[in-house]
Design a protein around this ligand. Sequence first.
Ligand code: BGC
Length: 740
Amino acid sequence: MGVPRRVLAQDQVARVDDLIARMTLEEKAGQMTCLADSFRPFNPPNPQAGIQDERRLAAEIRKGRVGCLFNGIGVAGARRAQEMAVGESRLGIPLLLAGDVIHGLKTIFPVPIAEAASFDPHLCERTARAMAVEATAAGLHLTFAPMVDVARDQRWGRVVEGAGEDVYLTGLLSAARVRGFQGRDLRRSDSLLACPKHFAAYGAVAGGLEYGSVDISDETLRETHLPPFGASFAAGALVTMAAFSEVNGVPATADRELLTDILRGEMGFRGFVCSDYTADEELVAHGYAQDARDAARLAVLAGVDMSMQSGLYTRYLPELVNSGAVPAATVDIAVRRILYVKAAIGLFDNPWRSLDEETEKSRIFTPSHRALAHEAATRSIVLLRNEGVLPIDPGKVRKIALIGPFAEDRDNLYGPWAFYGDPGKGVDIATGLRAALPDPAMLAVTRGCDVGGAIDGGIAQAVAAAKTADLVLLAIGESQAMSGEAQSRTVIELPAAQQALADAVAATGTPMAVLLRHGRALALHEGVAGAGAILATWFLGSEAGHAIADVLLGKVDPSGKLPVSFPWESGQEPFFYDRKSTGRPVVDNGSTEYKARYATTDNSARFPFGHGLSYTRFTLDRLTLSDEALRWDAAIEVRARLTNAGQRRGSEVVQLYIRDRVASRTRPIRELKRIARVTLDAGESQTVRFSLSRTDLEFVGAGNRRMAEPGVFDLWVGQSSVGGLHTQFTLYGAPPGMTA
Ligand code: BGC
């Protein structure tokens, strides 16, 4: 039980055992309690709950009734709180200091969905490492990240916090983020504990409604929503967070099957589980607990080791144990898990780890972190469409009209969950462009409209500016308040005022590149959809303007790929590329009557998952398999030749998809299994190689068993989830005597 022995020395285990033997029930409940840091309040995104009063919080710490503080930063304040815990509480157990460092502390990196467009685990690991360096320099030990929920519906606001709609990509990038946050050695002062969240299936809320219900088969839960957690645990994560939502009628926070049988029994998780904010208290509103006491009982019995913000555990656990409603052993197990994690990061040996003023001064918002944020931002941009408009040729384009509410905007560069970032320190588009253009006077800026409404004469001014320009750059999209927690939308389109602006500017006929700002996939229409070029620029963080300018001017070749499908219409949601065939699929060039489609739209994507252009042109050919027969315990090698057939150096992400033709559970029409990023000079070719074995073909079948079934598989190697080179291979069954 608890943290694996390999990360915990024997003397630490003994130390924890000794502490538990000496702790009162009140102190145990205290270790199981995490409260918002009211010493250093900063404008939390959640409704106020918990202790708002500094003096009361201090008294609670001194009484040993708090084990973890969250969302306060700064070494001086952290040191004062730690002194209270270590020096003034009876047992001197150090506090764990946590925070939501989701995509940066002061240096703000692209929002996670943006960075996922890099399809590059190495980049995600590097940015997570940089975030960890800043967060630990500011006195934190734990971040409530990465969010590893697979986002199946773009109406859900939290799409922005994850790695998109695909299970394989989410697992790959989440594991990389965990490795980056934690570094190689948990005891180092710059190692930041990760907390993959929200366990589980939060990304499957019905209708994309935030905090909504999840009704899901056991198989889909295990096949789509659990694997990224598994990948994150395998990468070393020791903390996870129970989801706000319910799964099949039981709120996750009270779901023993989910938090204990599945999480620990099936998945082998060894760390501790915290509630998501006041989710334990919310069991009453769910209609699952009688009252707050009952809620505390249900949560702890389910396997929630740490209660965040509600204070329910300190209030009720001692009495629940004394009355026999909760076994004392349940509490001991939970406390042990939490103390093991504290021991694993060396907190007992050095409660002052990560609390050094000099480090705080020198490691935050550094030039090297900003350079990495700049690099990550350029790599997050996806060129969705380009009819010869980009890159800007300064020889031909003399006058540029930068139009739109985000042209000079600095309030919506960071995206949600960047509340420690200093407002105003990000680089906006106009500033980035002026710095990069041969002559800053080439750029004329017109706002045109606000994010959510028209401005007097705005469209007329924008149209006039467009008419006299050689190129329009239209900076439109969502404000940062439109995505993130509690920001589900029914329609994933541009606000009407911006659509009107886009349509009017497009009607001038001046070549136009649209710079979309957004935290989710959008359904694009008319003037926007028909623009000569469209770039997905998400919320790119501190260096947004520089990164956008680099890509517009061709200093950097765009190489991002969509981690979420852009549907034609909002009403297609939930939409994801790995959907099922149905009994009446629409086949290429076939009739669409009485087929599985909406009467009003083609049920494909406008821009599919994996799509992303570059300024050069890549071609694929020579798809070969080492063997068309995949034997049960062997592997096949898949090879394809990638050629840069264009005029410039560039990068492509080669993607391998499969389809299991016939199985005992229907299988998706495609599933991503491998990616490879390749950079080639103009005219250069490279053979890309992938290896596939039976385990890559497994799915969750009857009895929740992972299994692969013999038979024929389609295989594509391509540049998105649509098209590509196609072949087939056959998986042969286990020879007699050998079982799966
Ligand atoms: C969010 C979590 C977050 C927590 C603490 C909750 O509202 O769902 O993702 O970590 O607040 O700020």
